[in-house]
Each structure stands twice: as structure tokens, then as C-alpha cells.
Design a protein around this ligand. Structure first.
Ligand SMILES: [Zn+2]
Length: 268
């Protein structure tokens, strides 16, 4: 009886031997498969998907082409203002003309239109007096630089097997088409904190929200106005429009498009 209980089915013995001999390899193979799938998922997510730390300070269109054309024309009556401070540059209104402009270089190598520099400096002086450490991450970007930025994004996607047309569509999700970035005017700045942490940057943006208009700046792309501006919220992007317009825009919580009567049809 006891003996019979100890006798194992020969097939079971075989299975045990096989598992004993190859178990390690099978386990290793499974681990490798899991790792490969994991890395593939991460690469896909990083380069094609939702998160990309490198785009923290680029313009991000609010809608895909399929959701809204972005080529909708504004009211036929819209004309650019004669006031240089109120120039409108967005996906519907590319920067026109190549007038001579002067630029002032800032401490960290960025530059801005010289006409906005005194107010920008005054704003930064006051922030520093109040213990904040603001930093201009990006100011003026030439059309050439915008083209390079755009092309490099296209090449990045082509490097992952996309056709040029596909790569272009994907690049448009991260980089404004050359001619349509407000940075090409030299009248806006992306501001963060010199301390490099999120908390400090948030403090800077909070201060700017309450005080920027006194210096002629507006928060250009509020989160809740993306259907009008065409860009997702950008708490770091501040645009110079002069104190009078800035006070009204910030007080009413409107956009430059609304202020100028240039809301795209279909926008809300
Ligand atoms: Zn910006």
C-alpha cells in the first residue's frame, strides 16, 4: 500500500525532469519577453504618445486636425491693428512681413523685441524683490529656428518609420508651423523659475497671473481657452500687449483673439 502510494506516474516523473532541466530557461525567456514588451511600450509612449518631457515649452495644439480644422477663417472684418503691440499671430494668422526689428539679448542668451524689454525687466525686478527667481526659458525665435525645430521633429518621426506626410502631421502636434508661432514676433516669453523645481515655477506663475498686466503682459494661453487660442494651456507663456490692453484682457479673463474680435468661427 505504502509502496504503491510512493510510486509516481512515469509521465509525471518525466514532466518533473523536463521542468527541472529547462525551468530556468523558460523562466528567463518569460522575463525577457516581458522586458522587451515593456521597453517597446515605453518607446512608443515616449516618442509618439502622451508624454514627452522635451516639449514642456513648445506650443501644443489643442485639437487634432480631425477634431477641428484650425484653418477656419476668422470674421472677414478682422484686420491687424496698427498698434505694433497688438499684432495677432496664431494658426490662422501667420506673421507677415519682415520689418526691421531690434532685439535685446537677455542674461541667459534669449532675446526679445527691444520695445518690450524695459517692461519685462521691470517685471522681473519686482519679482526678484519679492524673493522669486524668474527665468526666461525662451523668447524670440527666428523663422529659421522655427523651421529647424519643425524639421527636426519631422525627421525624428521619420526615423521611426513614418512617411514624411505622417511625420509632418505628428510634428504639428508639438511644434507650431513656421510662421505661426508667437515666439517669432519676439514679443512673448516662456517664463519658469531659476530654481528648476515645479513648486518655484508655480509660485512665479501665480505671481504673474496677478501682476503681469501692470507691466503690459498677458497670460496668452489659459487652459480653459484652448478652443479659441488653438493651443493647450501654457502657464509659462506671457505675451506683451501693453498695459491698457493687458489690464482689460486679464481683468475680463479673455484672450487676445477675443479682445481683437478675431475669434475663429466655431470657437466658443
Ligand atoms: Zn511660448
Amino acid at each position: 500500500m505504502a509502496d504503491r502510494n510512493n510510486i509516481k506516474n512515469p509521465e509525471e516523473n518525466n514532466r518533473r525532469r523536463i521542468w527541472g532541466t529547462y525551468g530556468g530557461e523558460v523562466l528567463a525567456a518569460l522575463v525577457i519577453i516581458v522586458l522587451v514588451v515593456g521597453v517597446a511600450f515605453w518607446v512608443n509612449k515616449f516618442f509618439y504618445g502622451f508624454e514627452n518631457p522635451q516639449i514642456a515649452f513648445t506650443e501644443t495644439p489643442a485639437q487634432n486636425k480631425s477634431e477641428g480644422s484650425g484653418k477656419e477663417k476668422t470674421g472677414k472684418t478682422f484686420k491687424q491693428s496698427d498698434d505694433w503691440r497688438l499684432i495677432l499671430v496664431n494658426r490662422d494668422h501667420p506673421l507677415e512681413g519682415d520689418e526691421d526689428r531690434e532685439f535685446t539679448e537677455l542674461r541667459h542668451g534669449q532675446s526679445v523685441d527691444s520695445r518690450i524689454y524695459p517692461d519685462l525687466q521691470a517685471m522681473f525686478d519686482e519679482m526678484r524683490e519679492e524673493g522669486l527667481s524668474p527665468l526666461v526659458v525662451e523668447g524670440y525665435r527666428s523663422n529659421e529656428e522655427q523651421k529647424e525645430k519643425f524639421e527636426s521633429k519631422i525627421r525624428e518621426y521619420m526615423g521611426y518609420g513614418k512617411t514624411r506626410d505622417q511625420a509632418r502631421e505628428l510634428a504639428l502636434q508639438w511644434v507650431a508651423e513656421p510662421g505661426t508661432s508667437e515666439h517669432e514676433t519676439g514679443m512673448c516669453v516662456d517664463i519658469s523659475s531659476d530654481n528648476g523645481d515645479n513648486e518655484s515655477a508655480n509660485e512665479v506663475w501665480k505671481w504673474l497671473d496677478s501682476n503681469c498686466s501692470r507691466f503690459g503682459f498677458i497670460k496668452r494661453y489659459p487652459y480653459d481657452k484652448s478652443s479659441i487660442t488653438g493651443l493647450k494651456g501654457e502657464p509659462w507663456h506671457y505675451r506683451y500687449v501693453g498695459a491698457e490692453a493687458a489690464e482689460e484682457i486679464m481683468k475680463k479673463g479673455i484672450t487676445l483673439e477675443e479682445y481683437l474680435g478675431a475669434v475663429p468661427q466655431g470657437g466658443t
